[in-house]
Design a protein around this ligand. Sequence first.
Ligand SMILES: [Zn+2]
Length: 122
Amino acid sequence: MRLIVHNMLQCHVKGCDSNNFPLQLSDVELEIHEIEYNHEFLQSLLTKLDWKAFVATAEQIGITSLPQTFPEEIDEDFLKKLHRILFETHIVEGKMICSNCSHEYPIRDGIPNMLLNEEELE
Ligand SMILES: [Zn+2]
């Protein structure tokens, strides 16, 4: 699971509708898979990215080089760094924990399991 995907996930347990994003990462195992850099694609995604959540998440996996607020001027080096973190860094094992209700969503073989138990469904 790439970090761009994590940035779009929130807890969906019944009644859990505040402080349910971003999910906290724990016990993660990372892999880097290089893909071609696409400037336009990255730029279009940046408008949808929740920057604050992204920075907090990156810190959880040891990436502390991102600015707390999105820089006003960005250069190609910065975009390449984002490309690396958003698209090439994969979480292959671990779990995501909701800050609000503590529900754990496991990640196995790179795939997040967002399924809930019956009593957690709406
Ligand atoms: Zn929750």
